[in-house]
Design a protein around this ligand. Structure first.
Ligand code: PMP
Length: 367
């Protein structure tokens, strides 16, 4: 492209330029072997090195304790909506789901096929962050408590890990994985599809405490079975080798940038730029989410002009003007409309500054 593109897509999303360049250089002839990584056996020594290396780097980046297994699976976040209950609900037949947006709602629906699902929060259609803790109803004998750590569509993120009273906590971190440190003492399992912060679509990361294995329901398909995949080091069948290879390069990149503390610092700065612009423009841009639950990563917002009848027209104009400046994939999810800025790790602070400046300019000309 002739003009510089600033990619605010929700996923698949921007990857670090250095990573893409390295992939391009290595694609035809991987490290002098005369064939591409795309053409290489997953049983080869070379691929074993990539698989083990990626695992070790992830363990170091996140400081994952030895009693957690790292799995590289397929099937995306949606695959895990089934995998989690298939592997974990068997213990008591029940699970608690904290629904804070569409992704946790879909996960709960999927789990209903495999056991008794208890909804911890009162039902709602407006996802603006969970209600006060006194409205949460846990089941004491749940096999696990499920959360979506960052709801990508609604922009709702947990500021802190919810207390589950010792029941294993399972978290979908698809859209905020590797954007902050994780205290593994508070989790039983976490999972993330790669296509936002980590690499290409196709690989799904699962990190699970060892003592939760060996509970799969008899109907659990082999490719979704954590116990089998852990036993076989994620090489029970052909893994998504290319996605894992690129993900490994992204791990290198994150380390070179200063690791997860730095990713979190940047996330705070980037999201702060957008939320501060909303304050400075006096309600012209509105994000419905409660302050304490606002996402550092996905920021959905609407334009609220003095004449509300002009909303649709102004939002279209905003998006078209953004595209003229190279700022793409800012359209809100089809289920909620409006605008959404996704600020994943590879999106630079300067890109977000450009978006904030555009928001200010657009406000000044439109109001
Ligand atoms: N969970 C979250 C938080 C997501 O953002 C998404 C996709 N955007 C999914 C799950 C579903 O992922 P997939 O499309 O890989 O099935």
């Amino acid at each position: 492209a002739a003009k510089k593109i600033l990619n605010f897509g929700a996923g698949p999303a921007k990857l670090p330029q250095e990573v893409l360049q390295k992939v391009q250089r290595e694609l035809i002839d991987y490290h002098g072997e005369g064939i591409s990584i795309l053409e290489m056996s997953h049983r080869s020594k070379t691929y074993a090195g990539i698989n083990d290396g990626a695992q070790q780097k992830l363990r170091l980046l996140l400081n994952i304790p030895e009693n957690f297994k790292i799995l590289f699976l397929q099937g995306g976040g949606t695959g895990q909506f089934a995998s989690v209950p298939l592997n974990l609900i068997g213990k008591t037949g029940k699970a608690d789901y904290i629904v804070t947006g569409n992704w946790s709602r879909l996960a709960a629906k999927e789990a209903e096929q495999y056991g008794k699902v208890n909804y911890v929060l009162p039902e709602t259609k407006t996802f603006i962050g969970p209600p006060p803790k006194d409205q949460w109803k846990f089941t004491p004998d749940a096999s696990y408590v499920y959360i979506c750590d960052n709801e990508t569509v609604y922009g709702v993120e947990y500021p802190e890990v919810p207390d589950t009273n010792g029941v294993p906590l399972v978290a979908d971190m698809s859209s905020n994985f590797l954007t902050r440190t994780i205290d593994f003492s508070k989790y039983g399992a976490i999972f993330a599809g790669a296509q936002k912060n980590v690499g290409p679509a196709g690989v799904t990361i699962v990190i699970i405490r060892e003592d939760l294995l060996n509970n799969a329901l008899p109907v659990c398909p082999t490719v979704l079975n954590y116990t089998i995949m852990a036993r076989d080091n994620s090489l029970h069948n052909t893994p998504p080798v290319f996605s894992i290879y690129v993900m490994d390069l992204v791990f290198n990149w994150i380390k070179s940038q200063g690791g997860l503390k730095e990713m979190n610092r940047r996330s705070q700065v980037k999201s702060g730029l957008i939320y501060d612009t909303m304050i400075a423009t006096k309600g012209f841009y509105s994000c419905p989410v409660n302050k304490s639950s606002r996402s550092r990563i996905n920021i959905p917002f609407r334009i609220v002009p003095a004449d509300v009848a002009k909303q649709a027209e102004l939002e279209e104009k905003f998006l078209a003007g953004a595209e003229d400046l190279g700022m793409i994939q800012l359209k809100g999810h089809r289920s909620v409309g409006g605008i959404r800025a996704s600020l994943y790790n590879a999106v630079g602070v300067e890109d977000v500054q450009a978006l904030a400046d555009y928001m200010t300019n657009f406000y000044e000309t439109a109001s």
